[in-house]
Design a protein around this ligand. Sequence first.
Ligand code: BGC
Length: 788
Amino acid sequence: MNHWYFRPAAVLACGAIATTAACTPSDDAQDEVHHIEPDATEDVPSQNETDDPDVVAHRPEVALIDAPDVIADRRAAALVARLTTDEKIALVHGTGVPKIGFGTFPPEALKGAGYIPGIPRLGIPQVTSADSASGVNIDDVRATPLPAPVALAASWDTELAKEYGKRIAIELRTLGYTQALGGGLNLAREPRSGRTFEYMGEDPVLGGEMLASRTIGTQSQKVLATVKHYAMNGHETNRAASDSQVDERTMRETELLAFEIAVKRGKPASVMCAYNKVNGTYACENPYLLTDVLKKEWGFKGVVQSDWAATHSTVPAALAGLDEEQPSVPEGVTVPPGFGPFFSTELRAAVDRGEVPMSRLNDMVHRKLRTLIRIGVFDAPPTPGGAIDEEAGQALALAVAQQSSVLLKNATVPGMAQKALPLTAANLSSIVVVGGHADVGVLSGGGSGAVPPPDGNAVSGCQEPAPEPGTLPIPRCATWYKSAPLAAIQAKAPQATVTYFDGTDAEAAASAAENADVAIVFATQWETEALDLPTLSLPDPTTDPINQSYDQNMLIETVASKAKRTVVVLETGSPVTMPWIDHVHAVLEAWYPGVRGGQAIADLLFGDVNPSGKLPITFPKRDADLPQATISSSDPIVRYTEGLLMGYRWYDAKRIEPLFPFGHGLSYTTFGYSGMVATANAMGNVTISFTVTNEGPVAGAETAQVYATLPKDLKQPPLRLVAWKKEWLAPGESRTLRFVVPAQRLATWDVTTHAWKVNEGLYRFMAASSSRDPHALTKSVMLTRAGR
Ligand code: BGC
């Protein structure tokens, strides 16, 4: 016997992972109990010290029965018993899309993406839902556009993620909304996906933990949170018809692991099933995904909600585990293709015919009611009409932008003693700022993940193409928030002459840059739902004719060829390739930095804030280095041929040097790592400690990362992220960090037992500043069943 399992059965019995010793263990795990040292239960995982279910599971005194859960179930059951069949049907589908006037609604439906009426006679509140990827996506209200979720992921800060989710919920409630449709968790298997900005990068543990925290933040404000799009919705091309063909182990160790963490720790109200098929069956009628994994194995007690027009049937979907169709339009109403009456008139008929048992309909309704009760919406529904606290929103937007921007490169400028950044105002008499509409604002992503600009679009004149007949309109013109980096830069260096060139005349910009102390070139990459990027090359008029009027790579090359010091600021949702990288001195990735983005960029460039973001996604050198050559627009089958090699795992296994690796991010100070110790206990949990020292002259934050290399015979990718911690350190300050990596993080998915398995063998741990840190510390630990 050379391994031990985390069996799904144990999960169901105890409601948390890693509970084999305390709950309903397999035979293997029962053996394991005899080897536990008295102190083994004190060795709790530390990634999220207060709310990680793994931590709770190891504490013997923790009650296994959650009283509010029991109460919610009792109250929900009593309500279900009093509902008529028609009332039940009314609770399991939306009635249209109020935002675009599709469907008929009372005024209290508000202007979100979805609406389900309440049942006043039983006090059941209506559900008004709004897209909320980066803030509240409702027209004509002054909600806060936060930096994009990919930026949040780059902060690597779970507390910040909680604040992000909380802020969105506070604004939703103020406006009278019940449900936040966000965040998204599809891993960046394909970085050209047009929704990369809406997601959390390429690592399942980073993404899962960040989204769990965000969800906890949202639901702490009595707002339902949706986690989406479940699952394997890797890109946008053909999204309604594509079929992700992926083997069980790849699914479980990549994207499903991210969802597993988010669902178990975040306990979202809803999980939104995706448009695509998974292994031949639509995600919204996929019994494996919805019932076997999500509900039975992970113990999800909330509502499976379809993506908008992602329901394709009544009986198969209902029996597979779908609980809510969004939206469902009664027969006879003319609707765009894809919308059906599946969970309205057809579900009623299927229940009457006995094809969908009443018990299944009751379960759908029970899930909805117990969730409304559990999260506090039932007893305290929101009331609309409040005013958003814009100051509080903007303060968070600024903080997230400051903590998520990633300093990718910062070289010494020839002839100068110091590095290109930070800029020192006193030493600058002339600054040239070029391109990216930096004179008026900062970029944001499009589609349902957008947040309308509170003060109007900073860039006007873009012409929307006519929408395809029969489809819902998705804007193709980029949105820019009125937070101009140019003004913020000028304010930092009031005595300097700051000149702006819009980028259309590269030669003119370069000539001016030749005589300036520094040239700051802004480059942007707009992306949106429903449209993938053709390439990771910065957009030009051929790849984004609607939004991009000049060749950005050419502009950067031209300016860099003349300027004394060239700094590039990127506003992108995905990685970009940088053919000019050796010719510029510094690169700052600001993502879509939100409504205070201009200020945050200036704060970072001038060193008033020390950059601390780390890449949640690999930046490859060229498109050809990606696992998939192209995104096919003709072949609906999406083959996950790279298997487990998602993101950095691909580059590591194939020995491809990325442009910037996962986890990379520089600071204006330097950090030293020392004194690494690693020990394992009998449960397979590994305790790791090391000291991080701020060795430079200024205060800064370091995200110290821990990666594991699994025993060779397991044929796993070379590295997996297992823990991290972001620490602020004063100059000269040292801190010893202690992590307990739960055995679960070291497990592999066993396709014969369909369970997580922790394997015996030699594990190598790396404490590092990035996934490719040349100064990384390493220690190896032997895991055996006796823990020695
Ligand atoms: C998107 C979802 C979104 C829904 C409602 C769909 O097109 O995929 O993420 O929540 O629309 O707007």
